[in-house]
Write a protein that binds this ligand. Structure first.
Ligand SMILES: [Fe+2]
Length: 267
C-alpha cells in the first residue's frame, strides 16, 4: 500500500518528469550531511583524496564520487542511502527488490562557469524516433534524487519530454548546439533542504556558475531482479567499489544491496 503523499508525488513525477519534496531530511541530519559534504569538497579540492572525481580544470572538481569509500571516513553517506523516506520512495517507484545505486556530490567549480549541455541520460544521440521511444518506454530502472544543501538553481528540464521522442528542434540542439535555449525549458529551483526526485529520461541540463555555490547530494536506488544480466565491463566510475575494503566499511544493512550490485560485475 503506497502512502497517499508518495502517491501524489509519483503522479507529478510521472507527468512532468520531477517532483520536489519538503521535509524528508530533519534539521540535525541535514546539518551533519552539509558538514560532511563541505569536508569532502575541501579535501578533494586540497588534493587530499580522489576516489573518483570529475574535474573541470585541474584542481576544480564538479562531481565527487566515492563517498561510500572508507578513504573519506564519512559513514553518514551510507546512513543517508538507508534513510527511510528514500527507501520508502524507492520501494514505491521501483518495487521491493533493490540494489545499490550511487551517491555523489555535485558542486560548482571556482575558476570558471561550468555550463552543461542538453541531453537525456540515455547516452545515445543518433536515434530515430521509434528507437528513442522504445528506450524511453523501458521500465524505470532507478530512482534518483537530489538533496540541495544550499539553494540550487542549476537544473533545467523540458517538462513531459520523457514521454516522447525529441522534436526536430530538440534534436538539432542536442546534437549540434547543446548550449542553446530550448522551447518550453523550465528551471527547477531547489531551496536548501528540499529533495528533488527526477527522471533522467527528460531532456535536461545543469548549469553551474563559478560564483554561485552549488552543494547538492545526488543519489539513487536501482531496481533489482534475479534475471538482470551481468555487465560485460564495469563502469569506470564505479570500479573503486570492487576493493574489498569498500564492502567491509559499509553498514551491514547496506551490504546486501552492495552484494547484488557486485554479483553483476565482472571478476
Ligand atoms: Fe544528465
Amino acid at each position: 500500500m503506497i502512502d497517499e503523499r508518495i502517491y501524489r508525488e509519483m503522479e507529478e513525477y510521472g507527468s512532468q518528469g520531477w517532483t520536489v519534496v519538503d521535509g524528508l531530511v530533519a534539521p540535525d541530519f541535514f546539518a551533519a550531511l552539509e558538514a560532511a559534504c563541505r569536508r569532502v569538497k575541501a579535501r578533494v579540492r586540497a588534493g587530499d583524496i580522489d576516489v573518483y572525481t570529475h574535474w573541470g580544470n585541474p584542481g576544480e572538481p564538479w562531481c565527487i564520487r566515492g563517498l561510500l569509500a572508507p578513504d573519506f571516513g564519512e559513514p553518514i553517506f551510507a546512513d543517508y542511502l538507508l534513510h527511510e523516506p528514500f527507501l520508502a520512495r524507492a520501494h514505491a517507484y521501483l518495487g521491493t527488490e533493490l540494489r545499490l545505486g550511487w551517491i555523489d556530490l555535485r558542486t560548482n567549480t571556482h575558476d570558471e562557469d561550468f555550463p552543461g549541455g542538453w541531453h537525456r541520460d540515455l547516452g545515445l544521440k543518433d536515434l530515430d524516433p521509434q528507437a528513442e521511444l522504445d528506450l524511453l518506454r523501458r521500465p524505470m530502472g532507478n530512482l534518483r534524487w537530489y538533496l540541495a544543501l544550499v539553494d540550487d538553481e542549476c537544473l533545467q528540464i523540458v517538462p513531459y519530454s520523457q514521454h516522447r521522442p525529441r522534436t526536430r528542434e530538440e534534436k538539432r540542439v542536442l546534437e549540434e548546439a547543446q548550449h542553446e535555449d530550448l522551447p518550453g525549458q523550465c528551471q527547477v529551483p531547489l531551496r536548501a533542504g528540499q529533495v528533488l526526485f527526477w527522471d533522467g529520461n527528460t531532456v535536461h541540463r545543469g548549469n553551474m556558475r563559478k560564483d554561485t555555490e552549488r552543494l547538492t547530494l545526488a543519489a539513487s536506488w536501482q531496481r533489482h531482479s534475479e534475471d538482470d544480466e551481468p555487465v560485460a565491463k564495469i563502469d569506470d566510475r564505479f570500479a573503486w567499489r570492487l576493493q574489498g575494503k569498500v564492502r567491509a566499511a559499509l553498514p551491514p544493512a547496506l551490504q546486501g544491496y552492495y552484494d547484488r550490485w557486485r554479483a553483476l560485475q565482472p571478476d
